[in-house]
Ligand binder design. Structure first.
Ligand code: GDP
Ligand code: MG
Length: 618
């Protein structure tokens, strides 16, 4: 294998793979970076009937292109020529019909037509999706050429009004690319100044470094005129020499003049021409094919480092995207169960980071205990409850028909019990506040668990299971917090009351009774009772401010850390294979994207291997 064959062959194979993946010159809405664009190619550009198809055919040396009036070429034809061993049999093969070696060119022609209609639907529409045709022959040079629809000015019947613009846009999308070599076809029997091919190529390649000018129909020029001004670069200068060709005339085609005969007639034409004789060895389609092949090869050689680095960069990008998307899901129930448990654990890790620190949110629980609870306790309406009026009322009611003699035991108890019931509110509010913080943290954790992202169903199930668990913890926590309050009411701290100054002594000492017994049940008495109860209650308040957080953490936070998903695990363990796979039904778009990435990755890796294997030839 010579280096030239292997280089062009390499690009051929990469181009084929690109098309399979929907990556080709005309595609503009491609989500992937285009490898196609990095590959050099030769596009044939020219006005309608300028002789594009004829040039292609004489380069190949075979009749294989559909012909007819109007716009026959309506999809790009990527024609890959592969030179094979002198004794090998010649055949053609379409990329869309792999393995079918076609030796009859009439069939090739028909298939190009059919395949065009398949995409454009027999309307006269055009499509940028290329048809790939490979020709394996001892008579060709290694070359890839793209035949494009001819530039036109007016729409014929059945064609949309925009056809001229549509075609120009499509041709432009190919020739715009800096790696595209432009084969600009102009007929010699028309003023070069009016050539569509030159007009377009001048726009996209003003310096003319990637344009090859081809002049067709030299034989059709008026007697006494010649195209030497063009061919010798005086009319329009390009970096590369102009090449003149003489293709078969319509009459030749009708008479089925053989391509080989036509090639021979072409070289005779130049050799015997009084005008072009001195240029004979630089004219004709055989020379053109060689020139292009050599140029393409040298361009590829130059671009290999770029292509390699693009390939490596893309492989990296694809691999990192594949990592993000995650592995495909296993089919058997055991592996699925394992995957689900892994995903749950991943979620659990994120959740714990929120609680324990590392991720924000856990501090909001502390805020409940440090701010909300004390503030709520401070706001309790003890002033009203222990107002003189209410104390007197409660104490009197407790006394019944006989007022208390020394200290109002029952009155104290009722006042205290009444006050304690106020603590239920803040206790319950703390439980609820922490519940909502936990719920929010669960929600966040589900969203933040990368691995879960592609499993909406599992996400929903985890959300449901955790909410249910949090609800249970809340109930338990509420019961415990209420119990703390009730416990305070069920047994009063005796010592507190023993330390109080004894009412009885003051009241019962007859020596002090200047005004008999008026003060006994007066305001001072009730105020004292109120203030005693108040200081008892504030002692309880201090206790509860400390114990309610303990109950809440014990019942809710600790429980969430230990057993948030326990019930869920039990349910999962009972599920059938089918239900498990339902939990793992990822978004179909993601499945598609993974497949696409994987295919592309395979292509790029294969391309890298190929490049590695030929670069020694440089
Ligand atoms: P396309 O529309 O650009 O693909 O043009 P074709 O290759 O189909 O050619 C249009 C017509 O011009 C056909 O009838 C060809 O036989 C004819 N033709 C193309 N090149 C030459 C040439 O060099 N000499 C002569 N005499 N006819 C040509
Ligand atoms: Mg054509």
């Amino acid at each position: 294998m010579t280096s030239m064959e292997s280089l062009i062959g390499l690009v051929n194979r990469i181009q084929q793979a690109c098309t399979v993946l929907g990556d080709y010159g005309g595609a503009d809405n491609n989500a992937f970076s285009s490898l196609w664009e990095a590959l050099p190619s030769v596009a044939v550009v020219g006005g309608q009937s300028s002789g594009k198809s004829s040039v292609l055919e004489s380069i190949v040396g075979r009749d294989f292109l559909p012909r007819g009036s109007g716009i026959v070429t309506r999809r790009p034809l990527v024609l890959q020529l592969h030179k094979v061993d002198g004794k090998a049999k010649e055949y053609a093969e379409f990329l869309h019909m792999p393995g079918q070696k076609i030796t009859d060119y009439a069939i090739v022609r028909q298939e190009i037509q059919n395949e065009t209609d398949r995409v454009t639907g027999r309307t006269k529409q055009i499509s940028p999706v290329p048809i790939h045709l490979s020709i394996y022959s001892p008579h060709v040079v290694n070359l890839t050429l793209i035949d494009l629809p001819g530039l036109t000015k007016v729409a014929v019947e059945g064609q949309p009004e925009t056809i001229a613009q549509d075609i120009e846009n499509m041709v432009r999308s190919f020739v715009d690319k800096p790696n595209c070599i432009i084969l600009a076809i102009s007929p010699a029997n028309q003023d070069i100044a009016t050539s569509d091919a030159i007009k377009l190529s001048r726009e996209v390649d003003p310096s003319g470094e990637r344009t090859f000018g081809v002049l067709t129909k030299l034989d059709l020029m008026d007697r006494g005129t010649n195209a030497l001004d063009v061919l010798e670069g005086r009319s329009y200068r390009l970096q590369h020499p102009w090449v003149g060709v003489v293709n078969r005339s319509q009459a030749d085609i009708n008479k089925n003049v053989d391509m080989i005969v036509a090639r021979r007639k072409e070289s005779e034409y130049f050799e015997t021409s009084p005008d072009y004789g001195h240029l004979a060895n630089k004219m004709g389609s055989v020379y053109l094919a060689k020139l292009l092949s050599q140029h393409l090869e040298s361009v590829i050689r130059q671009r290999i480092p770029n292509i390699t680095s693009l390939i490596n960069k893309t492989i990296e990008e694809l691999e990192s995207e594949m990592n993000q998307i995650g592995r495909p899901i296993a089919a058997d129930a055991g592996a699925q169960l394992y995957t689900i448990l892994e995903l749950c654990r991943a979620f659990d890790r994120v959740f714990k980071e929120h609680l324990d620190g590392g991720r924000p949110g856990g501090d909001r629980i502390y805020n409940v205990f440090d701010n909300q609870l004390p503030a709520a306790l401070r706001k309790l309406p003890f002033d009203r409850h222990l107002s003189l009026q209410n104390v007197r009322k409660v104490v009197s009611e407790a006394d019944g028909y006989q007022p208390h003699l020394i200290a109002p035991e029952q009155g104290y108890r009722r006042l205290i019990e009444g006050a304690l019931s106020y603590f239920r509110g803040p206790a319950e509010a703390s439980v609820d506040a922490v519940h909502f913080v936990l719920k929010e943290l669960v929600r966040k954790s589900i969203a933040e668990t990368q691995e879960l992202r592609r499993f909406p169903t599992l996400q929903a199930e985890i959300a449901a299971a955790t909410n249910e668990a949090l609800e249970r913890f809340r109930e338990e926590s509420k019961k415990t917090a209420m119990r703390l309050v009730d416990m305070e009411a069920s047994y009063l701290t005796v010592e507190f009351f023993r330390k109080l100054p004894q009412e009885m002594e003051k009241a019962g000492n007859p020596a002090n009774q200047a005004t008999p017994n008026v003060d006994r049940y007066g305001e001072g008495h009730y105020r004292r009772i109120g203030s005693n109860v108040s200081s008892y209650i504030s002692m309880i308040s201090d206790t509860l401010r400390n114990t309610i957080p303990k109950a809440v953490v014990y019942c809710q936070v600790r429980e969430a850390k230990l057993s948030l998903l326990n019930h869920f695990y039990i349910q999962i363990g009972k599920k059938e294979a089918k239900q498990l796979s339902q939990l793992l039904d990822e978004d179909p778009a993601l499945t598609g994207r993974r497949q696409q990435c994987a295919k592309r990755l395979e292509l790029y890796k294969a391309a890298r291997d190929e490049i590695d294997s030929v670069s020694w030839a440089r």
